[in-house]
Design a protein around this ligand. Sequence first.
Ligand code: IPM
Ligand code: SF4
Length: 417
Amino acid sequence: MAGTITEKIFSARCGKEVAAGEVIMAPISGAMIHDITGPLAIEKFYEMGGKKVFDPAKIIMLFDHQVPADSLNAAEIQKNMRIFAKEQGIHNYDIKEGVCHQVTLEKGRVCPGDIVIGSDSHTCMYGAVGAFATGVGSTDMGFALRYGCLYFRIPESIRADVTGKFQKRVGAKDLILNIIKDITVDGATYKAVEFTGDTIGSLNMPGRMTCCNMAIEMGGKAGIVPPNRVTKEYLSGRCTCRDESLVSDPDAVYASWRNYDVSDLVPQVAVPHNVDQVVDVTDIAGTHVDQVFIGSCTNGRFEDLMEAAEVLGDKKFSDEVRVLVIPASKAEYLKALRAGIIEQFVEAGALVEAPCCGPCMGGSFGLIASGEVSFSTSNRNFKGRQGSAEGKVFLGSAATAAATAIYGEITDPREVR
Ligand SMILES: CC(C)[C@H](C(=O)O)[C@@H](O)C(=O)O
Ligand code: SF4
């Protein structure tokens, strides 16, 4: 029977042919928990009579949302999770490595063909390496920690086929915002969004991560890119690939098939307060901003920081804007440091913070006040997402964020010389 890459992953891992719509108990190759949702999952694990986790080597633990502990409550939570990790023999990356999704991929904890869960909605980012990855609630996570498997309804897939060459200073973030505009915030509910086509085949890993990361912003159960040589190169030295030739059959059945050509795509911006409210940057150029955040699991990688640095050049950021730069992980931070661009950001007036989620979710530092406007490279612009519910959040690429930070108003990065 012809299958999508998602159906094929489930068939291979479950040892029998399965198709979209079927409910099946599938083994888990990895499970990620962090400082916000980890405690509840651990509580559920014990409630279900758990004593020892199914396989400590398959559990990924780290703290990233409220680090270093920004309240007594956060400190207590992290203390208790450290104790759990020690008791169970789980390697805990603690506060040292960065944002959960970036670290999980970087450390080679996900391989093509894997089924991985995380107690965080952006777990779908791991589809960038050709795995099936999805965010689950704490009860599911508690169950999986104990038994190493979980019930899934195998999702149907939406195929997003992308062709064309990006214009200068236009990239993966603009593409995914444009796709979300088309599919809408609930248009992919419970579907796997499969990104294919020449543009995706040649897209670098950071770009693939950005696209898969935001599959959930269309309601997607997962985002996935068929692995190819780019994937292989990224994974070399990180993990032993199980199946890097994984690809959907030509006659696989899709819920829908969408075609995108990026040749004429201009920088895209999601305007308040929904991720599918997407416009061309030119439509809102000139909008005043108070804060610019360059970071998060969506766009806090070295390539994003380089993109911002390239737009910045020897200019300074506007005195009217607070610019926060937060690399997504220690490894990305080190690359940026060694490339000299951290110094460039600091000289230009930015505040560079250690790797963590930062203001992305509004749960820690860097909040905006009522009436203030944030321009952010992250993935959500819901009301109150980065502080006051009377504030506004715009989303875009690192290039657009840098251009905006230079002028203190939303700016088309293609206009910056
Ligand atoms: C805290 C966590 C549960 C949440 C998520 O699931 O995505 C957060 O990471 C976010 O981005 O909103
Ligand atoms: S960086 Fe933002 S989107 Fe990513 S895990 Fe942290 S809070 Fe969630």
